[in-house]
Every structure is written in structure tokens, then in C-alpha cells.
Design a protein around this ligand. Structure first.
Ligand code: TNX
Length: 498
């Protein structure tokens, strides 16, 4: 039987030999940080404790590809070797997935594994603007994603409904624009210390935080604090329709917006005050963010004239580049002449592109940047997994089954770009309908595992285990451990849960 590994490794060779037995005398030696993480993970899985002897050795031997690892298991012992700290961390997570119970107790099958990621950017996004999530919930989300070898956390920190991070130069944003969320729910925000805590927790799981301040659309909340930089809302038929379907009323200048329409707000473009605002917030954000990227949004600026939109994107990407960071933008920004060279595009069109979204995405590559793939009908974790599911939206081509989340191939989405032009894959979780940590779990699991495999595992045509049948069995085997870890996953009927 295929070993229950998700995401599936580059190469797995099972040996017809006795397993390694996890009995009382077994101990872990080598790299302390990973040893502690493994000890905790094994304690959760086996509900027992290890001894202080030898048996499992963890080591870093520099030289191999970034984030790579090897695992050797025989009845005599286990050796996990990482080419760097991240590689060892991922190797340890693979090892945890190998632990199984037989009639004599817990064991690890005799196997040789060699593993490394397909893409260097493997992301998840959490929208903390539509609903706010506290630091503890964000850290739990980091732990869950990191266990699937995800290494970037994109935080959507601002939207029409609220601004979620305190920035020294613009205190009004959290004093006046952070208290509310969608519906009757309270908002909230991260202090600089909260954000530092999230960044540090992510780093301890080899994850880079990618903060987003969404502009020039999605900026209604900014106007509560700095009305001089925001236009009046543009009420279209779509905005009215969203109010009718989901409630929350129509957006009104100076009043917090609690609905979930999009595309009605815009910064006031080509105004020196706005330019100052954009420079202030990205300068502060850059100072708080050790990672290389700042995300400027750029999506759904439906209320913004295209020429003004283009000039805004050119200016914002120039400001971010000037701060020594690499800009990332949603793919609409690709349409802007003057996009700073090297800007990374995040594609959210469908697996089979419509409306020229692939052409817009290709502009980032032509400009010396690369692409993050987030096809909305495959990896948007906020789409309903089933038609009757209580949480989630349906705009991306109806509901997104686990099977649909799994069966797509990154290199086939945007024609005419090379493997090297794909920085990676990211699964966004927008939170219009998600209010609690349990809601996050129910929408994200098991589909996050499918996105993680698209990001980490070899391409579908080069790996015999990259099939829906193999995946559903391997994911099903994660059930008991996910339960033991307190992950409130949706026990989809598509999966044969163990
Ligand atoms: C589209 S696609 C959005 C978000 C919504 C999401 C809901 C994109 C970049 N933006 O504003 O939250 O749909 O699925």
C-alpha cells in the first residue's frame, strides 16, 4: 500500500524489512529544536512518551538543495538529514506521518525517502480584515500549514471592513477603522508586538510572513480615519445585489461597512496626500517585516478608472521597491504600464483562464517577475466544499470539491510560461463566512492538503502517486492525527477516512 504521506515526497523506496519499533527505550538525538518538535508530535500521535536513549537521529548536513531532506529507516534506527534547518523540519514532519500502529504497538516502516520541494513559495493566506482572528488563532493556522510544508503566510491586513495592523505614522487606522467586521461581529487589530509575535512564531516553523495592505480598492475603512485620501463609494448593481443577498447595507462615507460587496471603494489617486499615505503605511510595514515581500493588493479596483489605476500601481510598486522589498500584487495589476520590474503577480483566475486573465498574469513575467498561482476554482479555501455546506461562497464556478481542489497541474494554468516563472502556489482563505478557528479548519481541511501537494510534490506527469485515487487514500490516513491535534476538519464523503 502507498505510504500515507501528504504532500507526497520526491522519492520513496519501501524496504521489505522489519520496521523500526517505537518502544519505551527509544530516544531522539541531534538537532535540539527539531528533536523537541518531534518529541511533541510523537507524544500527540502515540499518546505516550519516548525515553532518553537513542534510535532516532536528526542532523543538518549542508550541501543539498534548499529545504531538502533524506530519511532512512531500518529496524536498527532512524536517521533524518536536512540540507538546512527547514529541510530537517520538513523531514521530521514526513517522519511523523510514517508512524503507525500494528498489533505490537507503534512503529515506522523500513523506508528510504529523498525529498525536496517543487516550488520555493508555498503559501496560505488568511483574511483577517473581513473577520479578525487573534494571535493564538493565527499561530494555530501557521502550525497546521507548516505541517504540510507550507512556508509563506500571506496576511490580508486591510479591506473595506477594517484595518488590522497598528502603524506608528498613521495611528488613526487602528483607532478609528479597526473596531468592526462583517455582520454584527467585532473587529480588532494587531499591535506591533502582536505582529512581531506572529512573525517570530512563523519563523520558528520556517515560514515567512507576507503582509498585504490592499489598495487602491478595498479601502473603505481607510476613509474612516483619513477621509482625505479616499473617494466616495461607487454603488453599482453588484454592490446592491450583494447587500440584498448577504445583508450589511450599502457602503456610506464615514460609516463602517459590514457587508461583503467588493469593488466600490478607491483611494484618491494622483493626490499628494494619498501618495504620502501610501509611503507612510508601507514604510512602517517594511520596518516591521523581516521577509522580502510586501503585498499591495491591487484587486477588484472596479471603482477606479484604468489609467488612474495604472498610475497608482506604478507608484505603489516603486515605493515598495524603494524600501528594499519585492512587491506582490493580485494579477489585475499586471495591466498597469509602469509596474515596477520584478513585481510578483498573484493569479486568481480559474484553472482554465477566462477574460484574458492569463494574458494579464503573463505581464509580470515579461517584466522580470514571477507568478504565484492561486486559481480560485481550485485553491480558494473559502469556496463551499459542497453545495449544502453551511460556510463558504460559490462565485468561483460553484462549489469546490476536494477532487477539484486536487486535480489541476500548476504548469498547465498559464500558457507560455516556464516552470521557473512560477514562484509557487498559494491557497487563500477569505473570511466573509468564517468567524472562528473552527470555521477556518472546516473550510481549509482537507483541501489545504491538496494545495500543499500542488506546491511541494513533483508534477503530475512525473510522479505515479499524483493521482486523485492515491491522494484521497493518503489524506484519509491523516484523519486520526488531525483529530488528535484538534483540527476540526470537514470529514468530506469524498475521502475514505481512517
Ligand atoms: C475575491 S480574488 C476577492 C476578495 C474576496 C474573495 C471571496 C480577489 C483577489 N479578491 O476580495 O474576499 O473574492 O472569495
Amino acid at each position: 500500500m502507498t505510504l500515507p504521506l501528504v504532500p507526497y515526497p520526491l522519492s520513496v523506496t519501501e524496504h521489505d524489512a522489519p520496521a523500526f519499533r517505537l518502544d519505551d527505550g527509544v530516544g531522539i538525538t541531534g538537532d535540539d529544536t527539531c528533536a523537541e518538535q518531534l518529541r511533541r508530535a510523537l507524544a500527540t500521535v502515540t499518546a505516550g512518551t519516548l525515553g532518553h536513549g537513542e534510535g532516532i537521529r536528526l542532523e543538518i548536513i549542508a550541501g543539498g538543495p534548499a529545504e531538502s531532506a533524506t530519511i532512512e529507516v531500518s529496524s536498527a534506527g532512524v536517521v533524518v538529514t536536512g540540507a538546512d534547518a527547514a529541510g530537517l523540519f520538513y523531514g521530521v514532519h514526513t517522519l511523523v506521518q510514517l508512524v503507525r500502529r500494528d498489533t505490537e504497538g507503534w512503529s515506522i516502516p523500513a523506508v528510504s525517502i529523498s525529498d525536496r520541494p517543487r516550488f520555493s513559495y508555498r503559501g496560505v493566506m488568511l483574511d483577517v480584515a473581513r473577520h479578525f482572528f487573534d494571535v493564538e488563532t493565527v499561530c494555530g493556522w501557521i502550525d497546521r500549514a507548516a505541517a504540510l510544508k507550507v512556508n509563506h503566510l500571506h496576511l490580508h491586513l486591510s479591506d473595506d471592513q477594517g484595518w488590522r495592523i497598528a502603524l506608528a505614522s498613521r495611528p488613526g487606522l487602528t483607532e478609528k477603522a479597526a473596531a468592526t467586521a462583517i455582520g454584527p461581529d467585532d473587529g480588532g487589530h494587531y499591535t506591533a508586538d502582536d505582529y512581531a509575535h506572529i512573525v517570530a512564531h512563523a519563523a520558528s516553523r520556517h515560514m515567512t510572513v507576507v503582509p498585504e495592505l490592499d489598495m487602491p480598492g478595498h479601502t473603505h475603512a481607510v476613509g474612516l480615519a483619513y477621509p482625505e485620501v479616499v473617494e466616495h463609494p461607487v454603488i453599482t448593481d453588484e454592490v446592491r445585489a450583494a447587500a440584498e443577498e448577504f445583508g450589511g447595507g450599502l457602503p456610506r462615507t464615514g460609516v463602517p461597512y459590514r457587508g461583503l460587496a467588493v469593488g466600490f471603494s478607491s483611494l484618491r489617486i494622483s493626490d499628494p496626500e494619498t501618495d504620502r499615505f501610501v509611503r507612510d503605511v508601507f514604510t512602517d510595514l517594511a520596518a516591521l517585516t523581516p521577509g522580502p515581500y510586501l503585498h499591495l493588493g491591487g484587486d477588484e479596483a472596479l471603482g477606479t478608472d484604468p489609467a488612474r489605476f495604472a498610475s497608482f500601481i506604478a507608484r505603489a510598486t516603486e515605493i515598495i521597491t524603494g524600501l528594499g522589498k519585492t512587491p506582490i500584487a493580485w494579477h489585475e495589476a499586471g495591466a498597469a504600464a509602469g509596474l515596477a520590474a520584478g513585481t510578483i503577480g498573484q493569479y486568481w483566475g480559474f484553472v482554465t483562464p477566462t477574460d484574458g486573465m492569463d494574458a494579464t498574469a503573463r505581464r509580470f513575467v515579461a517584466g522580470g517577475g514571477s507568478l504565484i498561482l492561486s486559481p480560485s476554482d481550485a485553491v480558494y479555501l473559502d469556496m463551499k466544499p459542497e453545495p449544502e455546506f453551511p460556510l463558504g461562497l460559490t462565485w468561483a464556478n460553484g462549489h469546490t470539491s476536494v477532487r477539484r481542489a486536487y486535480t489541476w497541474e500548476p504548469s498547465s494554468v498559464i500558457e507560455g510560461i516556464a516552470e521557473e516563472d512560477i514562484l509557487g502556489v498559494e491557497a487563500p482563505l477569505w473570511t466573509e463566512t468564517a468567524r472562528t478557528a473552527a470555521d477556518i479548519d472546516a473550510l481549509a481541511f482537507p483541501r489545504l492538503a491538496a494545495a500543499a501537494e500542488a506546491a511541494w510534490s513533483p508534477a503530475t506527469d512525473t510522479c505515479t502517486e499524483r493521482t486523485w485515487e492515491s491522494f484521497r487514500t493518503r489524506v484519509g490516513a491523516q484523519g486520526p492525527r488531525w483529530r488528535a491535534q484538534g483540527i476540526h476538519f470537514h470529514a468530506s464523503e469524498e475521502i475514505p477516512w481512517a
